[in-house]
Write a protein that binds this ligand. Structure first.
Ligand code: G6P
Length: 608
């Protein structure tokens, strides 16, 4: 959601900024722009739509010469995606340019204040007030002007700022929106996320809340909002730049689906020591685990769906009550957290605004938070008391696949560990589960290799209007994710229902030919789900079933069956989701949708 890239150095800035913005495209955006200082003045070019348009407009940046600049991809919040609202924004005499990710919450009051002082606004954005405020407080010292502005704004922001009369420096600021800075022998960089600049440098520094960075060609200085200089330690990024490239696949989503055997294995293996599960990051003694009375799982989107699955797994295995909340609900519902509660926040990006707010709310009430996070060094990773990383590597496609799969197995590990400590499972069950966990990567691979069959099936549903996913228990959790995958990338309306709930209303939507995907991986519930399949089939539905090998009986009620290999019923989600991801993907590809960057969506939702 909004991408920022800035550069100052010996090289031409515009091509570097365009290249960086292209690597942030996955975050979601609807317009783009950049500001470059040409030696005399700041020039701005903007375009609505894909970055390609800005690249063409500027001849890949060649039309905008200059050694420093800031660029932005905008995901519209205040005002439509048009040129006026696109970033960068100027002050009136075009000597200060600003790009912003986040929301300035008191912008209406500030806008009025600045209008009363005679400033004219060109856009509807909250960001433009920053440009005018900077102008108002600027008396020749950029740092002083920036700190004055920061004392007057509330909300969230990552900012890139440049001043025409300080052509040897650019500035970066952050509060509650992600921002990093990096350096190489040629210059210094600002970016919303590491992949944007990984091609140029692996030495990056995470900017903390309310820190200001002054970047020059050969050095960076960090300051507090009170203009005090602070020392910061850069980190070296050790993952491979290729991890954020498509590597021959048609889409990032397909590549990331294919990475699932590895990410699942990478998330499990380091935590299996011999015949033990060792989760050092948990930092909990066995007594502390036994003292957990309740688990609150908080997350958004697909991460929330892994939480729904975890509820069944944790409660079933460890007999600990689990409440799962969508983060945007949790933070405002005054949740009841009582002694013995453990809060788990799950997030791929580690930057989702609502999940971060839920974490802070829990910590403020004195509860420990365990983060299950993919992006190392992200806000949730840094603020959680303990972090269990999912080792999925950079995920670029907006629709998550490999991070989802890694989250699932991280949660299984926790559940088995808790169950073992609480002695709610015996040794034989424990050993069997470890064996099943270890087999998951190969089984996922097997399912991925059967993709042609799903592709052929998906091609028949390119024209579908509505699709329903049904299941019971864990199969309901799988249905939620299967349905989300389909709708978010193919724009086909789709809903997931607890199979037993169908006849309380939704069944009236079933017409001749409506596709109903029935997920049935829990042997204890096979018969129940078959009954629901028969009900929809009797009303004209075409039933696709996803079930476990051996459940031949399902063929009587289904029109098309996809079998998943045998595993522990608690882990079935990890296998059943694979054909559903492939189904969503191939329907979207068949429809010609922009699979990796679906309309209106953002990868990292940094506003609430
Ligand atoms: C966005 C993404 C989803 C993701 C959700 C939560 O909506 O498009 O794929 O599941 O945010 O993101 P997080 O980074 O917190 O897991």
């Amino acid at each position: 959601m909004c991408g920022i890239v800035g550069y100052i150095g010996k090289k031409q800035a515009a091509p570097i900024i365009l290249d960086g913005l292209a690597r942030l495209e996955y975050r979601g955006y609807d317009s783009a722009g950049m500001a470059i200082f040409d030696g005399e003045r700041i020039n701005i070019k903007k375009s609505v739509g894909r970055l390609k348009i800005l690249e063409n407009l500027t001849h890949d940046g060649k039309m905008m010469p200059g050694l420093l600049g800031i660029g932005h991809t905008r995901w519209a919040t205040h005002g439509a995606p048009n040129n006026e609202n696109s970033h960068p924004h100027f002050n009136e005499d075009e000597t200060i340019a600003v790009v912003h990710n986040g929301i300035i919450e008191n912008y209406l009051a500030l806008r009025k204040k600045m209008t009363d002082k005679g400033y004219h606004f060109r856009s509807e954005t909250d960001t433009e007030v920053l440009a005018h405020l900077l102008d108002y407080y600027y008396k020749g010292n950029p740092l002083e002007a920036i700190t004055k502005v920061l004392h007057r704004v509330s909300g969230s922001y990552a900012l890139g700022i440049m001043f025409a009369d300080h052509p040897d420096e650019i500035f970066a600021v952050r509060k509650d929106s992600p921002l990093i800075v990096g350096q190489n022998e040629d210059g210094c960089f600002i970016a919303s996320d590491v992949p944007a600049i990984l091609k140029y440098t692996r030495t990056v520094t995470y900017v903390e809340n309310q820190e200001i960075v002054r970047l020059r060609e050969d050095h960076m200085h960090f300051y507090t909002v009170d203009e005090e200089e602070i020392a910061k330690t850069p980190v070296t990024i050790d993952w491979d730049a290729n991890a954020a490239e498509k590597g021959g696949y048609e889409h990032f989503m397909l590549k990331e689906m294919y990475e699932q055997p590895k990410t699942v294995s990478d998330t499990i293996s380091p935590r299996l020591k011999g015949n033990e599960i060792v989760i050092e990051e948990l930092n909990m003694s066995d007594d502390e685990i036994r003292a957990i009375k309740k688990i609150h799982i908080v997350a958004c989107g697909s991460a929330y769906h892994t939480g729904v699955t975890a509820k069944y797994v944790m409660e079933g295995l460890a007999r600990i009550p689990v409440e799962v909340d969508v983060a945007s609900e949790f933070r405002y519902r005054n949740p009841i957290l009582e002694e013995g509660a453990l809060v788990i926040v799950i997030s791929q990006s580690g930057e989702t605004a609502d999940s971060l707010a839920a974490l802070r709310e829990s910590k403020a009430r004195g509860f420990k938070v365990l983060g299950i996070v993919n992006v190392v060094g992200s806000s949730i990773a840094r603020e959680a008391d303990n972090v269990m990383y999912t080792w999925a590597g950079p995920e670029i496609a907006v629709a998550t696949t490999k991070a989802y799969s890694a989250q699932l197995v991280a949660l299984y590990l926790l559940a088995i560990k808790f169950a073992q400590v609480k002695e709610t499972i015996d040794e034989i069950e424990f050993d069997g589960m470890l064996e099943d966990l270890k087999r998951l990567p190969d089984q996922i691979e097997l399912l991925l290799n059967n993709k042609q069959r799903i592709q052929r099936f998906a091609n028949r549903y390119i024209g579908a209007k509505d699709v329903f996913f049904i299941g019971r228990g864990i199969d309901y959790a799988i249905s939620l994710e299967g349905s989300l995958k389909l709708k978010e990338i193919s724009y086909i309306h789709s809903e997931a229902y607890a199979a037993g709930e169908l006849k309380h209303g939704t069944i009236s939507l079933i017409e001749e030919g409506t596709l109903v995907a029935a997920v049935s991986t829990q042997p204890a519930l096979y018969q129940k789900t078959i009954s629901n399949m028969v009900e929809v089939k009797a009303r004209g539905a075409f039933v696709l079933a996803v079930t476990c090998e051996g459940n031949k009986e399902i063929e009587k009620a289904a029109d098309y069956v996809i079998y998943i290999p045998e595993t522990n019923a608690y882990f079935a989600n990890s296998l059943a989701i694979i054909p559903l991801q492939l189904f969503g993907y191939y329907v979207a590809v068949g429809k010609g949708c922009d699979v990796d960057k679906p309309r209106n969506l953002a990868k990292s939702v940094t506003v609430e």
